[in-house]
Design a protein around this ligand. Structure first.
Ligand code: ZN
Length: 429
């Protein structure tokens, strides 16, 4: 009996282990739905004789609730709302909620406005470094709400995206969400055009506070212009709100399928008419320029672009912008670089985790006109720093690494130790 009950217990616990493994594998796809604005923050409004006042905060909530109801009927999805009523959750609350819930996708829904009545159409924004001036208006309008909340001011005041403390590894990590965010955005805009006959202004990159701190693919959808009579009347109508939420819903379904295949490499699905893009084997970075001058990430010479990786090669500092293995994102990044003023920017292919046959990577930790004191913070913190003198300058390097990824990893560790702005150097000999 004892033996029997023992084996039964074992059998039983094995069953539980398997049950949890299976239920873990079938974790619901969690989506945070963020109805823009709310409460005292009305967002954009317009008054029309026949429509009355069309308020952004009402339209965004109506679309969000319709979309949420569709998703809740599908057992594959879990929905988290930043608000379900007319209230104003702070941007910090929206982001914290999203990150704490370990969501798979964050969708912020908004309505656009212009000082003129003619502009119309939809556009979807992802967090990114686009320098395009026309997008700045949207960024300003959507970011302005930040100052309504004291807690936000604290949170965002300590976060400077252009600070040297922003780690390159983190930037590369963020660009992982950039690709998937762009992919989802393209599905949303595609549906608006194909299914609803809307005019799409495209998928764009912009610094938006509500997206910035999210550790997941995130988009902000501008569902149309309240300042345009036709679109205001469409967005205020049940039919318009149903179409918008249905198109976003359909985009979610296709997106989930696409990213679940091959761990992030989307493959064609039946729902998509045009072939879905497949990830490339190589990574692509945009070479902005080569210069004998060493710039810190905040230097105006880099024209405000984020996601910069500097690699010193043959006494020249090469400044690379962003990284991706998606052709469309690469082309978009190249355009962003050119728009920012780097007319000669070009895309360069990198083999991931490639080990150098000859030569190695090292980290240039300091360049100085004078010899550093052995009591200096850097020399005290690091052992085995190599010093060379060239043209009257002292160059200090640290470590030997066979791959770029390894060098980036150590660069990040140095940054955490307080050794900032170490530059990766490629030695080809
Ligand atoms: Zn808005």
């Amino acid at each position: 009996m004892i033996t029997n009950s023992f084996s039964f217990k074992r059998y039983f616990s094995l069953f539980f282990v398997m049950f949890f493994l299976i239920s873990g594998a079938q974790k619901k796809f969690t989506i945070v739905l963020d109805a823009g604005h709310g409460g005292s923050d009305h967002g954009a409004n317009r008054h029309y004789g026949d429509l009355g006042t069309v308020r952004e905060k009402d339209v965004t909530l109506a679309i969000t609730l319709k979309l949420g109801r569709m998703l809740e009927k599908n057992k594959d999805y879990k929905v988290i709302y930043t608000r379900k009523i007319d209230e104003f959750p702070s941007l910090t609350e929206r982001t914290t909620l999203a990150n704490r819930s370990k969501a798979d996708l964050f969708i912020s829904i908004h309505v656009n406005a212009s000082t003129k009545t003619s502009p119309y159409g939809t556009e979807t924004f992802v967090q990114g470094p686009d320098q395009n001036k026309t997008n700045l208006e949207v960024a300003k309008a959507e970011n302005d709400v930040i100052f309504l909340d004291e807690k936000d001011r604290e949170t965002f005041a300590t976060y400077d995206p252009k600070s040297p403390e922003s780690l390159i590894a983190l930037k590369i990590q963020q660009s992982k969400y950039l690709e998937t965010s762009l992919l989802f955005g393209s599905y949303v805009e595609g549906n608006f055009v194909k299914k609803d006959n809307r005019f799409s202004r495209g998928v764009k990159q912009q610094n938006l506070h509500v997206l910035r701190l999210n550790a997941m693919p995130s988009v902000l959808i501008e569902t149309g212009f309240v300042s345009n009579y036709d679109e205001a009347s469409y967005l205020a109508s049940d039919r318009g709100q149903n179409e918008v939420s249905q198109s976003i819903y359909d985009a979610i379904i296709v997106y989930k399928k696409a990213i679940e295949r091959n761990g992030g490499a989307p493959t064609p699905t039946r729902e998509v008419e045009k072939p879905v893009e497949i990830a490339l084997k190589n990574d692509f970075r945009i070479l902005l320029m080569s210069s004998q001058t060493k710039y810190v990430p905040t230097d105006p010479a880099l024209k405000g672009l984020n996601y910069i990786l500097t690699i010193k090669e043959n006494d020249l500092y090469k400044y690379y912008f962003s990284v991706t293995n998606m052709a469309s994102v690469r082309d978009n990044n190249l355009k962003t670089a050119k728009d920012a003023g780097f007319r000669n920017a070009s895309s360069i292919s990198f083999v991931p985790n490639q080990k150098l046959g000859t030569g190695y990577y090292t980290l240039e930790v300091a360049v100085s006109d004078q010899k550093l004191s052995s009591n200096s913070f850097m020399l005290n913190t690091l052992k085995d720093v190599n010093r060379t003198k060239e043209n009257g300058k002292f160059y200090y390097t640290y470590g030997k690494f066979s791959s770029l990824e390894e060098a980036v990893k150590i660069q990040k560790q140095l940054d955490e130790k307080g050794i900032k702005n170490a530059t990766i150097q490629k030695i080809s000999r």
